[in-house]
Design a protein around this ligand. Sequence first.
Ligand code: ADP
Ligand code: MG
Length: 246
Amino acid sequence: MATPLLALDSIVKDYPSEAGTFRALHGISMTVMPGELLAIMGPSGSGKSTLMNIIGALDTPSSGRFHFAGEETSTLSEPALAALRNRAIGFVFQQFNLLPRLTARDNVALPLIYAGLPRRDRLARANALLARVGLAERTRSRPSQLSGGQQQRVAIARALAADPRLLLADEPTGALDTRTGAEILGLFKALNREAGVTVILVTHDPGVAAATDRVVRIQDGQILYDGFPTPEALAGAAGHHYDAVS
Ligand code: ADP
Ligand code: MG
């Protein structure tokens, strides 16, 4: 069997609090294979961002094991974790997080500095990535000159700069109107289908989750449902837990 891209085994996350510790994740186990397109859903405070931080190697679990492409992240040093993040994971955020003073091209080219690419190659790659997300004509625009949907396209091009194995997007359509959100969702889907990038979308929007292949619904730090995005699962009515992978 192929190596999973992500393997979470009994992940627990505790945060210190005044009342002792607060357990945000209660033993999450799931596997994601290369090339999957999945949505993580759940109400506010259910642990989605905590889970994303662990999957994105931004934080480590209190207990349990997390393997990224076969490598256990708890054994990695902070520099090694940072290298994994920069090389293997592209992040996309609700508010785009572009640098306002830089052009679209320079926003996309910035992460390639860390890859050690010469400037000429960085700019050529940034232009190619912007063309791929439909912004060939806007490479010299600053974020304030672009619509929300265009800014999110720039952010997606930036996330793709290091040719990551995983795109991790936290509410990527949350700041967009319905039609623009659907276009951005279509772009994620095309990148998944055509380039084989594994895509994980965190969303509270059932319409977004419905366009994916798999929905993982969490509540109070536990997986309530893991499987096909059926209408019941999207509505939060499906309570049974089955593992779509094993
Ligand atoms: P979601 O993204 O689904 O809204 P979070 O993962 O942000 O949920 O939070 C899950 C729970 O953990 C919440 O109850 C939140 O208050 C708590 N929490 C999140 N981050 C911290 C932190 N750094 N310190 C203490 N508690 C936290
Ligand atoms: Mg959150």
